[in-house]
Design a binder for this molecule. Structure first.
Ligand code: B12
Ligand code: SF4
Length: 567
């Protein structure tokens, strides 16, 4: 059964502008839920920024990797979750242009227009409220998502309701539905329009992981963490699926609906809830499920598991914070993250490290060494972010009280990939960007393209587990190796040549790995690089030229209706 519970003190505050508790039409109300409008990867007066594209990896992980950068888009899962859990007629409009949004407002008489946004996009929210008032004056405007944490937001935008925290329960309450009814998980394909080395990967059913959202928030409550703060802060979070059994059932449903065996688990600290994870593993074993899982977890949570347990669970990709050892966050206590990373990779688990630049103890004298320390983890992917006090977090509160917030920074520039938005004790705003950019470049130069690194980790896992006594584990590695070895070998062929001009040593390492792949692959995979390699080298070079000319990518506009009856 899909069940939803809240942790004891988790609360969902809603501030009301119009004084309305419930929509008069209840579940008959016609609802539009929209994300903010694009295009995104350009500089404009609505707060779009070319350095802030709608792409997870290219925005904050592989952005210095040129044509090797992993490019893909992710849907707006918050509004998809709300749509799947209300019985009113509802349209989700994802990544519209202003024209798309206007057209949809005019074409349908919406009773409610819900806008979802994070803080950087507040000016777009203001514009969308203005457009709604003009084009659809009968609509009640509801604004939700992290943007709601901005102090004084009520005065910045013309909305009727601004919803802070979890939105499903709020929307159900507003429509007069049972807010504690079980959560229905929508079928979500995790990524779309994936590109790398200048080619777009084919989108076959089942080829991309399904996103599963077990909960929102994180009880660890790190002072800078916006997701933790937004859903209640330290000790609190909202569980959509309480038990391993609940999760198992959702995953089985997604497996059959989307034909997937791979899952992107969108939970800030999935492994922290050990009982739930172990119960899930039990069910997977009983039912012979050879699933693959990508998870977020803090180092102390990972340490609660043996490598064997992680591998049996199917954890194949792990996003983990690697903050400086001097920072003293409890999530890292007692964890040697370098040793942990090495161990995980030896077991075929791809690690995405996350490092914060500009912590309180950083100075121009020590920061390079701290970056070198981070880069020496040799993770498969590395996210770098500026230390950023974001409205709603304890850090923001503290900085405001200390008078250290910079008042003239546009919210559109508060995304952690540009410059500080506060006065740092030792590092200037300009230097913050220089150090951040250098961190990305250093990681790329020293460790090579992430595509090379994940190939290496996959091969290590395959060699270790190809004869595993556990059939589920064997099957998983064989599946990945079978599907990918030819492609990876071809990509390595092209990478080896292209990377020669960046770093000869890394290029030689890529060559050695290619040799290993050759030895471990079947005959077809062994032959493929001779044909596909030169093609990939050509597309890679073509992409480099396109990027040099300023080419950017935008997500497609998507409109999905549910419970819909034409008016
Ligand atoms: C997927 C994702 C993305 C995707 C894009 C998704 C999209 N289509 O917009 C990508 C990868 C492109 C992305 C990009 C960025 N992201 Co992002 N992203 C996420 C991530 C990992 C998951 C979001 C999610 O689906 N969560 C699960 C859903 C269920 O939760 P939710 O979205 O919060 O929705 C709930 C409530 O907020 C509420 N709600 C939401 N919308 C609405 C609307 C209404 C009407 C109502 C009533 C309620 C409501 O109800 C929902 C259900 O409870 C979050 C981290 C996280 N764990 O949430 C960061 C996060 C949202 N991103 C963040 C940031 C900063 C960015 C970037 C600026 C990148 C960066 N430099 O860090 C860019 C911005 C790009 C741009 N130009 O706008 C921050 C936002 C910080 C803030 N306080 O505003 C987060 C919280 C990460 C973090 N911890 O810093 N992101
Ligand atoms: S452990 Fe990660 S998700 Fe949890 S509060 Fe800390 S930074 Fe946020």
């Amino acid at each position: 059964m899909e069940n939803r519970t809240s942790s004891p003190q988790a609360s969902n505050h809603s501030s009301q502008v119009g004084g309305v508790d419930k929509h008069p039409k209840g579940t008959q109300a016609r609802i539009l839920l929209s994300s903010v409008f694009g295009p995104y990867a350009q500089d404009d007066e609505f707060g779009s920024r070319s350095i802030n594209p709608m792409e997870l990896y290219h925005n904050q992980v592989t952005r210095a990797q040129g044509s090797f950068s992993l490019r893909m888009f992710h849907r707006s899962w918050g509004i998809m979750m709300i749509q799947a859990n209300i019985s009113a007629p509802c349209a989700v409009l994802d990544f519209p242009t202003r024209e798309d949004f206007a057209r949809e407002l005019k074409a349908n008489q919406y009773d409610v227009v819900g806008i979802s946004s994070i803080i950087v996009n507040v000016v777009k929210v203001r514009e969308m409220c203005r457009m709604t008032r003009e084009l659809s004056p009968q609509s009640v405007i509801i604004v939700g998502g992290h943007v709601a944490a901005i102090p004084g937001i009520e005065k910045m935008i013309d909305a009727d309701h601004i919803v802070r925290g979890e939105g499903i329960a709020w929307m159900r309450r507003y429509l007069g539905e049972d807010e504690n009814a079980p959560i229905r998980h929508p079928a979500i394909v995790s990524g779309m329009r994936t590109r790398i080395m200048g080619i777009r990967l084919p989108e076959r059913k089942g080829s991309t992981a399904a996103t599963i959202i077990p909960s929102v928030g994180c009880p660890m409550g790190c002072n800078f963490c916006t997701t933790s703060a937004f859903f209640g802060g330290k000790g609190k979070f909202v569980n959509f699926f309480e038990t391993g059994d609940d999760l198992f059932e959702v995953m089985c449903r997604m497996e059959s609906e989307l034909k997937v065996k791979s899952f992107f688990i969108m939970d800030e600290n999935f492994l922290l809830h050990r009982e739930r994870a172990m119960q899930l593993l039990k069910r997977m074993k009983e039912n012979g499920k050879s699933w693959t899982m990508s998870v977020f977890a803090s180092a102390n949570a990972i340490r609660k598991y043996t490598m064997e347990e992680l591998v049996e669970l199917g954890v194949s990709w792990l996003w983990m914070g690697l903050e400086s050892p001097q920072a003293g966050y409890t999530k890292l206590q007692g964890a040697d993250t370098r040793e942990l990373t090495r161990e995980l990779r030896e077991h075929g688990i791809r690690v995405q490290g996350s490092t914060i630049i500009g912590l309180e103890h950083h100075t121009p004298d020590n920061i390079m060494a701290e970056i070198e320390h981070a880069v020496s983890h040799d993770t498969d992917f590395h996210q770098f972010m500026l230390y950023t006090p974001v409205p709603g977090t304890p850090l923001y509160q503290q900085m405001s009280e200390e008078g250290r917030m910079l008042s003239d920074v546009d919210y559109a520039d508060v995304h952690g990939q540009f410059k500080f938005n506060f006065k740092h004790a030792a590092i200037s705003r300009e230097d913050s960007k220089r150090f951040l950019d250098w961190a990305f470049w250093r990681d790329f130069e020293l460790n090579g393209p992430s595509l090379y690194r994940i190939s290496r980790t996959l091969l290590a896992g395959w060699k270790r587990y190809k004869d595993s006594p556990d059939a589920r584990v064997r099957e998983r590695f064989a599946r990945e190796m079978g599907r990918l070895s030819g492609i990876y070998s071809s990509a390595l062929w092209a990478m080896e040549r292209q990377f020669r001009k960046v770093d000869r040593e890394v290029s030689d390492q890529i060559r050695a790995l290619r040799g290993e792949f050759k030895r471990e692959s079947g005959i077809v995979s062994r032959m493929l690089p001779a044909v596909l390699g030169p093609v990939l080298l050509w597309t890679t070079r073509r992409e480099e030229k396109r990027l040099a000319r300023g080419k950017t990518y935008e997500p497609p506009t998507i409109l999905e209706r549910s419970n819909w009856v034409e008016a």
